[in-house]
Design a protein around this ligand. Structure first.
Ligand SMILES: Nc1ncnc2c1ncn2[C@@H]1O[C@H](COP(=O)(O)OP(=O)(O)OP(=O)(O)O)[C@@H](O)[C@H]1O
Length: 601
């Protein structure tokens, strides 16, 4: 039990306005039963406080939360907290996520940023902070998100040279002067509602293209983004698991614990009229269940994705389905239903069938078939299960061809207007014939936009796509190209090469191909197969064509499919024997061809 942290929290609560409902019992364990408090694994320190919308009021009492020296996440958003920015927070050296938005803070922003070496998200929006934006913010070398919108900040925007910064919002303040060069890569909305101008002739809405990089990807920007992204992703998953396991009485639809084995119930603590909102089943669905069955089913969390949480649910008749509980659906019922009708009608062996959906104000569920083998991402990057072999070349080709067939089919739907919008290895499964099939179709347009680039989707998203809802056929092709590179290299779209350097797959492959070729680009697991270099190189060329920067220059999905099928024909029909191939080009030689033909990023 972290006794000192516990006392600091009690001192905090006793000295700030709070409703009766928020009471921490001194005699109970701070780590397991205090609402909004998370401890580290050995329960020796408090590492996160999350009290959003908890009804806190008045200033943050001095020398209370600042004693939580191991805290990483502090969320006090949407309360009625007044007074200045608590100076003691600047001493919290492990702080990574700070959410103080939507309170009544006033006075200047902090100016000492020397201790926050890990700060990744800094959100002070919707308060009454005034004074200028300190240039010392650029000491925050891991900052990915800086949100200071809707305050009364004035003066000029400092030249914030923070390469890791992905999201910036300074809108609706009293800022003036010129948007510094270092921040012109952000869209004009980041600065709207101020009196600022752009010095350069560049159109403000367009992000400034980054300077053409040289061969190696050593940009600190990427490093920051990725490390920030990884930390955030990790923390979100960890926090989610902790919430699932510990927080049984949540009001926000949290998942009551059933057992220690992460088995959860889908039933929400809130009740709602289920009569009006029935499960809608699609044709060909032999599943017989209603919402009650689904909510009663014993479920297991498969993972939390961009659009919500996926559960594996075992129905009483022993059928297993995947239930996706969507969050942040921004469209109304009608639009949601229309999209579901389009997606739910698709019956194709390379598209994961949407079996049913449920829509109500409080709950949006989608029901899919369950794929026991897991996703292509898990197959490629997951822990090697004893006895399970790695993905051989033929399987990878079948994954690519199947996924391409599925996506090409999706692109023909709804008068050619349907877009997948979220192609990535974790959304691709293997159908019974061992070919890829795609899931998660058409959800991006229904959900609130994912900040650009979404941490989870980073690496797959086409560079032109600033709003995740505006995906196009061409941006799908880009994401598919990344998938091809992933299958070829065995590397995640954003990965670490061993040292501290973080690599963006597309740029890395491009740079290797452009510079001096090494066969290293291919997954070492594939090198054990004889005579597949030519196919791999063809596929590499295709992948690189899909990920060119200019959307119009990317091939269309049917063409990509044809090319892949041709590669497979090479594979199954025309593959020369190992003897006759021995004098054929090595990857090194062939790569030179690619280098001269590929379009650089
Ligand atoms: N039909 C399914 N069968 C088996 N596993 C699934 C199925 N659908 C999703 N999963 C797995 O559940 C986990 C969570 O899926 P989910 O789709 O919510 O997140 P994601 O794929 O990581 O991101 P996104 O939300 O962007 O698709 C992933 O590991 C995914 O591969």
């Amino acid at each position: 039990e972290p006794v000192e942290d516990k006392q600091a929290l009690l001192d905090f609560l006793h000295n700030i306005g709070h409703p009766h409902s928020l009471s921490w019992n001194e005699n109970s364990s701070v780590c397991t039963s205090w609402r909004g408090v998370t401890c580290n694994n050995d329960q020796s320190r408090v590492i996160a406080i999350r009290l959003p919308g908890a009804g806190l009021s008045g200033p943050i009492p001095n020398n209370t939360l600042s004693r939580l020296t191991e805290i990483q996440t502090l969320s006090l958003r949407s309360n009625g907290i007044t007074g200045p920015f608590p100076l003691g927070f600047s001493e919290l050296k492990n702080l990574t996520y700070l959410y103080l938005q939507s309170n009544k803070f006033s006075g200047p922003l902090p100016s000492d940023f020397s201790v926050w070496n890990n700060l990744t998200v800094f959100n002070l929006s919707n308060n009454s902070f005034n004074g200028s934006i300190p240039s010392s913010i650029s000491h925050l070398t891991h900052l990915a998100s800086l949100i200071l919108a809707n305050n009364s900040l004035s003066g000029e925007i400092p030249d914030l040279n923070i390469p890791s910064l992905q999201e910036l919002n300074l809108a609706n303040n009293k800022l003036s002067g010129i948007v510094p060069k270092s921040l012109q890569r952000f869209p004009s909305e980041s600065f709207s509602g101020n009196n600022v101008t752009y010095a350069s002739a560049l159109p403000p809405a367009l992000p400034v293209s980054p300077p053409k990089e040289k061969s190696k990807l050593s940009e600190p920007a990427l490093l920051g983004i990725i490390i920030g992204g990884c930390v955030l992703g990790f923390t979100v998953i960890a926090a989610f698991m902790i919430l699932c396991c510990n927080d049984s009485g949540r009001e926000d639809g949290g998942l009551p614990v059933k057992s220690q084995k992460k088995e959860v119930s889908l039933k929400k603590t809130t009740s709602e009229s289920q009569d009006k909102n029935k499960m809608v089943f699609f044709e060909g669905c032999s599943l017989a269940f209603d919402l009650e069955d689904l909510l009663r089913a014993s479920a297991e969390v498969l993972g939390k994705g961009t659009f919500g949480t996926a559960y594996k649910a075992a129905l009483e008749d022993a059928t297993t389905v995947v239930v996706k509980r969507l969050k942040e659906v921004i469209v109304g019922k009608r639009e949601f239903e229309q999209q579901m009708e389009v997606v739910g009608r698709i019956r194709h062996e390379n598209v994961v069938a949407l079996r049913a959906y449920y829509y109500s104000k409080e709950e949006k569920l989608m029901v899919y078939d369950y794929y026991e083998q897991g996703s292509v991402s898990a197959m490629l990057h997951g822990k090697r299960v004893e006895g399970r072999s790695h993905l051989d070349w033929d399987t990878r080709l079948r994954i690519a061809i199947g996924a391409a067939r599925g996506i090409a089919h999706v692109h023909t739907q709804h008068g050619g207007k349907l877009v997948h919008g979220n192609i990535k290895a974790s959304n691709i499964f293997l159908n019974p014939k061992g070919f890829g099939c795609v899931s998660d179709i058409g959800l991006a347009t229904l959900m609130s936009p994912i900040p650009s680039p979404a941490l989870r989707s980073a690496g797959y998203r086409a560079p032109e796509l600033t709003d995740s809802r505006k995906a196009t056929h061409a941006s799908d092709v880009y994401s598919f190209g990344v998938l091809l590179l992933e299958l070829l290299t065995g590397k995640s779209p954003i990965h670490n090469m061993g040292g501290e350097e973080v690599v963006h797959l597309v740029r890395w492959v491009n740079s290797v191909v452009r510079e001096e070729w090494t066969a290293e680009v291919f997954d070492v697991e594939l090198l054990r197969y004889p005579n597949i270099e030519e196919e791999m190189v063809e596929m590499l060329q295709l992948g690189l064509a899909c990920v060119v920067r200019i959307p119009e220059q990317r091939p269309k999905m049917p063409h990509v499919l044809t090319m892949l099928e041709e590669i497979r024909r090479m594979n199954t029909g025309n593959r020369p024997s190992s003897e006759s191939r021995s004098e054929v080009s090595t990857p090194t030689v062939i790569a030179a061809d690619i280098a001269s033909s590929s379009v650089p990023q």
